[in-house]
Design a protein around this ligand. Structure first.
Ligand code: NZQ
Ligand code: ZN
Length: 389
């Protein structure tokens, strides 16, 4: 096991009706807040009115900024920063999925910073003073409700970039499984794939011994798949949502990766797809993950045998390891198909025209120099091109 130093400040308030507490929960943190959200979904579900009532009942004054789009844009982040400065905002409440939360995180990072917010994403320099934020999660998927990460797209350059800091972990997140009943089937599937990927990116490792997190990863993956199949039949099953939502948070709050080397190639490769084609993150991951697995598994075949047997339930006694691994990957792909995910780039509406460009962007390829991607197996742009193909 590798050394680690772990702290996660996010308080998770989980269960039915918990969004009614939001005003009282915010009071110790903020005098005037930014209420940040996306499109129409929270208005249709009634959550928008509930939040406003809870804030008003608690005497919390707020300014609204809606309009966050999936794959959140830098332009709206800049607008949010301007509003916060002009209005003297001291706390941000994000109500939505990963895109709204990430937009809120980037605003929180930028309000008290003298320079341009995009600097953080380009240079990865340590965060300065940051506004506190909280969330009401409406889409279990990204884990952003408790993660140290934020991902933002810059429209003009078609760059989608991430940034990490413990300072942008929300101070609290409210998760009520009933809020997920309105999600359409494709968003449920995208979310399931994203949280599974957050675990797989940590699970496939070159670290020789990490039994505790191996087991946590495996049991969380199995719980997600079991309950995703229930949601596939009944998208209003509270208990199944509770399991999936809880899993989505621990999948990306850092816990499952402690003490182990991690990979993250699939995420890097996927961000290039969303940057150019604006595809849903989870759907892109469903296409890339099985292909990545087939390309790299020989780097540590035992790890992939373990995955096939312990997670995908492949019979592992006296069999050829390659056959076990391939059956495990095939089963994962079939699971994705069952819940309605795409498994080819064509299904995402993409052709072959930008594959080389995306592979080079992923590795920052320029004049023969590049930064290989992935901790499990280092991938050059040529490897990535093969995986895309
Ligand atoms: O905009 P509205 O109307 O709210 O609709 C949203 C949006 O169209 C809808 N939705 C959300 N909750 C709903 C709902 N519809 C009905 N009922 C509800 N309860 O779902 C659509 C997608 O929302 P979005 O927030 O874009 O999805 P997701 O949560 O998957 O977030 C994706 C973004 O997060 C980034 C991704 O790259 C992508 O930009 N990620 C962030 C991470 C992090 N910060 O830790 C880690 C991830 O790996 C990921 O990269
Ligand atoms: Zn992800």
């Amino acid at each position: 096991m590798l050394n680690f130093d772990y702290e996660n400040r996010t308080r998770i308030i989980f269960g039915k009706g918990k969004q009614a507490m939001v005003g009282e929960l915010i009071k110790p943190y903020g005098n005037k807040i930014l209420f940040h959200y996306g499109g129409e979904s929270i208005k249709k579900s009634g959550l928008y009115d509930e939040v406003r009532s809870a804030l008003e009942a608690a005497g919390v004054s707020y300014v609204e900024l809606g309009g966050v789009k999936p794959n959140p844009r830098l332009s709206l982040v800049r607008e949010g920063i301007r509003i916060c400065r002009e209005e003297g905002i001291d706390f941000i409440l994000a109500v939505g999925g990963g895109s709204v939360i990430d937009s809120a995180k980037a605003i929180a990072l930028g309000v008290l910073y003298d320079g341009d917010i995009w600097d953080y994403f380009l240079t990865k320099k340590p965060a300065g003073k940051v506004l506190d934020l909280a969330t009401i999660l409406t889409l279990p998927a990204t884990g952003s409700e408790s993660s140290d990460s934020v991902v933002i797209s810059q429209e003009e350059t078609q760059l989608k970039m991430g940034y990490h800091s413990d300072k942008i972990r929300p101070v609290f997140s409210i998760m009520n499984p009933e809020l997920y009943f309105t999600l359409p089937k494709n968003q449920i599937a995208n979310g399931v794939c994203d949280m599974m990927s957050h675990i797989l990116e940590r699970y496939f490792t070159t670290t020789v011994k990490a039994d505790v997190t191996d087991g946590l990863c495996e049991s969380t993956l199995k719980a997600i798949m079991k309950n995703a199949l229930i949601l596939n039949r009944n998208h209003k099953d509270y208990d199944a949502w509770a399991e999936v939502a809880f899993a989505g948070t621990i999948a990306h709050n850092g816990l499952l990766g402690l003490g182990r080397a991690q990979d993250w190639a699939c995420h890097k490769m996927e961000h290039e797809l969303s940057a150019i084609y604006d595809v849903a993150h989870g759907a892109g991951l469903a296409v890339l993950t099985p292909s990545w697995m087939r390309y790299v598994y020989k780097t540590n075949i035992n790890m992939f045998v373990q995955f096939a047997v312990n997670v995908m339930g492949v019979e592992g006694t006296y069999r050829d390891p390659d056959a076990i691994v391939n059956e495990g990957i095939d089963r994962l792909e079939r699971f994705f198909i069952t819940i309605g995910l795409p498994i080819t780039l064509r299904e995402l509406g993409m052709d072959d025209s930008n594959l080389e460009l995306m592979a080079k962007k992923a590795t920052w390829y320029s004049d023969g120099k590049e930064t290989p991607v992935g901790g499990f197996q280092k991938l050059s742009w040529k490897d990535i091109l093969e995986i895309y193909k």
